[in-house]
Design a protein around this ligand. Sequence first.
Ligand SMILES: [Cu+2]
Length: 158
Amino acid sequence: MNKTLSVIVIIILIAGGFWFFMRADDTQTPSTKQTPSTAQTTPVTKQPSTSSATQTPSSQTQTNNRVVFNIKGTKFAYDKKELTVTEGDMVTINFESADGFHDWVIDEFNAATKQVDVGVPTSVTFVADKVGVFEYYCSVGNHRAMGMVGKLTVVAKQ
Ligand SMILES: [Cu+2]
């Protein structure tokens, strides 16, 4: 009787060992690893609405700006070498000679004063309807070549 009991125990032990072995083996078989779902929620980058653009007030009436320049001519230069106006301005040049016989001419606007001597003021008015830099000059003799010139800059209307 004692013998069979020990045999049974041995069998149980073996079986248990086996079972244990199997279990261990079982746990080793990798359970399907769960790959972490890296479904990244890409943030929807919303574009900042820049629709509120700077709006220039459109309530400006279309009356021409009047711009007046007083210019003196000498041998052989103008006392103002650079003038700046805005596109559409109505420009008046009051010209006077301080020394010699001169005038004030700008070809691009078909504008020219009379040729005058000292003490005879003259003037010309034109609309600066072109944007750019234009040369004005004295058309008397070779005064232009001698440097009796200037620049009129017409800047675009905003
Ligand atoms: Cu001149």
